[in-house]
Design a protein around this ligand. Structure first.
Ligand SMILES: [Zn+2]
Length: 395
């Protein structure tokens, strides 16, 4: 039972002063604390731990290059994003803040154990989506001096949609609980039972944590480029055009040849509901001008070349062309979905992109027990068709 501890930590965080919060949450891990404080922290942590077991591990942190780490999100019903961690001379820059403040608390405890005890100085929101920005309030409370950076467009989108989307998520999670309970009651195998129990548990916890959520807006915005210079390396933040959203930011380290791309490029099928399918491929190709060998995307595993970038661009292009043709003929979306099957899209069969997507989604997303592998891809394509159909003419 790890979750109550995290919730306890988060509630305490929201209630207490910064000093009080640091004492209670970071415990002996908070290296900046004075000795006397540390003794108090140890006592507090011991009391808390007596009621709990180990803290949640929501990420697998892997070293991508010296001083660069990918925190790869484990599958959850209410999806978390990955984080990219850049370790600098005296501080950390972290890309993206996940779907709830408690995920940030969990990640930071893991970072302190596995990566570094340096403070977080910069947080970058790659885009405005819930699963990449809803941990901002935790960073703001934990590191009041830190700057949260994004594009000016993403900040505007967060201001406009941050609270509304979070409220809709809470409503959806709450609404689904009775449905999940029904499925749990009807579960035939131990595996199915465990799956539906997890769906219920996570949704109840998510709704409970997020019900009074207020977005924390970024403190610095960029139009196109910002370079942070350290003695050992540079971090280059860049906006290269519309794609997954209107304001996607990437973070590139030329010396380490690593790029963090949010959901502009990741190891799942693209999510196009807020996207610009006619612009996305060219934005990806503009990003490929950076000289990198590793990609930490917003979801799924780390990529070790530019292959998936070109495959994702080709797939979005391919799909957009097919959907446009059929929509111009006056076909309804349901009809378009029937006509465009994954097997008809050359971009999916070229260099095994479709197989890669099925493997990746199967591994890094929560998939219902008994799901036939091929439906992972056909469901993703059907959802992409629907979103391309709706967003095709967006400028
Ligand atoms: Zn995402």
């Amino acid at each position: 039972m790890w979750y109550p501890y995290v919730l306890y930590v988060y509630n305490t965080m929201m209630r207490d002063s910064r000093r009080g919060f640091l004492k209670r949450t970071m415990g002996p891990l908070w290296t900046g604390a004075a000795l006397l404080d540390q003794a108090m922290l140890r006592a507090t942590a011991a009391r808390a731990q007596a009621r709990t077991a180990v803290l949640p591990k929501l990420f697998n942190i892997q070293k991508v290059a010296p001083g660069v780490y990918g925190a790869i999100a484990t599958p959850l019903p209410n999806l978390n994003c990955n984080a990219a961690i850049f370790e600098n001379d005296k501080d950390l820059l972290i890309v993206d803040s996940h779907a709830r403040p408690s995920a940030v608390v969990s990640l930071l405890q893991q970072i302190r154990k596995e990566v570094s005890t340096k403070p977080v100085r910069y947080i970058v929101n790659s885009h405005f989506h819930w699963d990449h920005s809803e941990g901002n309030p935790a960073y703001r409370r934990l590191f009041p001096q830190a700057e949260i950076i994004t594009s000016d467009t993403t900040r505007n989108l967060l201001r406009e949609f941050g609270a509304v989307r979070a409220a809709a998520q809470v409503e959806q999670a709450t609404k689904m609980v009775p449905e999940y309970k029904k499925s749990l009651a009807a579960a035939a195998t131990a595996e199915e039972k465990a799956y539906w129990q997890f769906m219920v548990k996570d949704s109840v916890e998510f709704a409970s944590e997020m019900k009074d959520y207020k977005p924390e807006l970024p403190s610095i915005t960029i139009k196109s480029d910002l370079v942070i210079h350290y003695t050992t390396h540079d971090l280059h933040l860049a906006f290269r055009g519309k794609g997954h959203t209107a304001g996607d930011v990437v973070v590139y380290c030329p010396q380490k040849k690593v790029i963090a791309t949010g959901d502009l490029l990741h190891s799942f099928a693209p999510f196009i509901a807020d996207g610009y399918p006619r612009f996305w491929p060219q934005t990806l190709r503009a990003v490929s001008d950076f000289d990198f060998t590793h990609v930490i995307g917003g979801h799924g595993g780390v990529q070790d070349s530019k292959l998936r970038l070109h495959q994702m661009a080709a797939y979005i292009e391919d799909l957009t062309e097919e959907v446009t043709k059929l929509k111009r003929q006056g076909r309804a979306v349901a009809d378009v979905k029937k006509v465009i099957e994954p097997g008809k899209l050359k971009s999916l069969s070229r260099d095994g992109y479709g197989d890669f997507l099925m493997d990746s989604i199967g591994k890094y997303r929560l998939v219902k027990p008994g799901t036939v592998r091929a439906t992972i891809l056909s469901d993703a394509v059907a959802s992409n068709i629907e979103h391309v159909y709706d967003t095709i003419d967006k400028e």
